[in-house]
Design a protein around this ligand. Sequence first.
Ligand code: 4AD
Ligand code: MG
Length: 432
Amino acid sequence: MAWVRIAELGRHAGEEVTLKGWLYSRRSSGKVHFLTLRDGSGLCQCVASPSDLGAERFAAADHLRQETALEATGVVRADTRAPGGFELALSDYRVIAGAADYPLTPKEHGVGYLLELRHLWLRSPRQRAILKVRAEVVAACRDFLDRRGFVLFDTPVLTPTSCEGTTTLFEIDYFGERKAYLTQSGQLYAEAGAMALGRVYCFGPVFRAEKSKTRRHLTEFWMVEPEAAFFTLQEDMELAEEMVASLLHRVLERCAGELRVLERDTAPLERAATLPFPRLSYDEAVEHLKAAGLPSNWGDDLGADEETALSRAFEQPVLIHRYPAACKPFYMKRDPARPELALCVDMLAPEGFGEIIGGGQREDELEPLSQRLVASGLDPQPFQWYLDLRRFGSVPHAGFGMGIERVVAWVCGLHHVREAIPFPRMMERIEP
Ligand code: 4AD
Ligand code: MG
């Protein structure tokens, strides 16, 4: 019998097929049993009747436990009431493996309990939908950058230095000989890549020893980081907004079913996908916040409350550029017109989701860069390779980093980023 996946049932109406999956739920009217099977691609209701199965197997079907692994054979019938539009008139089934008392019943569970059982929680339709959207977001970024001539450039996870400041560094004992660190960002290495290949991007896990338990922070997350030679802040902002608009269009087009499962209102996402995105200088952002009654002082970094307020003020993501250099890392280029400002940009997603992108133009001159390294309290010795990039044909260049979990949380409408990655790592949790 032809094995098909539930997502493909529509192409097999009227045919007899076999599904392979797990029992998601079961109910009975007495006369017929309804077994809902999940196979990772969707849910399918299988209708069991004594006339098709015989009395004994029909009776046994009413005792199958949740998450029993099954092969189910039957004829595919269109049924508008069925989830997915098709059901299976069961002619045969075979148990592949039983399941003991499954700890996640369809009733509501607390999030602590669910996180404890994350390895099983992943099987729920909601988590499946989120992870499908995540995969689509990742594919959309890759395709977008590939089409633009950016070359995938894998940067190291084990590094001798910090990139984003020393307060969030995970330290590793490297063979008892020296310290090493888990990377916070591939940017510095991507800059070397941009000088070799012109336009590159790295895409991998990054690590931050964030001592903050907020809904936006993980200690391990994934970041896509394009970096381009001869880009200024202007071109960097254009690339960022085009990438975000492009991924929104793609997810809206290809993940409509998943967004429905998540009960995500897609109208705000449609509106958000309109180019160009609004831009505010940091100066203007502070004025905006003051006018909205938030106590903001020029010179302070924008905190979570400020970000939320700004991100609620626009229907599209908003680009905030030219922050005071003092709140940004050493590698940022200063604005020649106002040296107290950095040529940087943050993108804040709407509906209160906040920062999804950080980036900007890099300091391409040797002297100010080495001075700022020292001023930030960093040892310049392990950064000599990075300074070399300014010694040999240094050119203006820029890039940014986009946190995948933040984007997935926004697109899916999740309250917390912990659901946006298969196995979240947070200050208080590293298991399972
Ligand atoms: O703003 P960040 O720290 O920028 C950088 O790391 C730059 N080196 C990137 C670059 O220019 N190539 O981080 C970039 C993005 C943030 O906007 C946010 O989306 C995400 O990474 N991010 C986090 N996501 C989850 N948990 C955390 N603890 C995060 N910290 C940053
Ligand atoms: Mg940032």
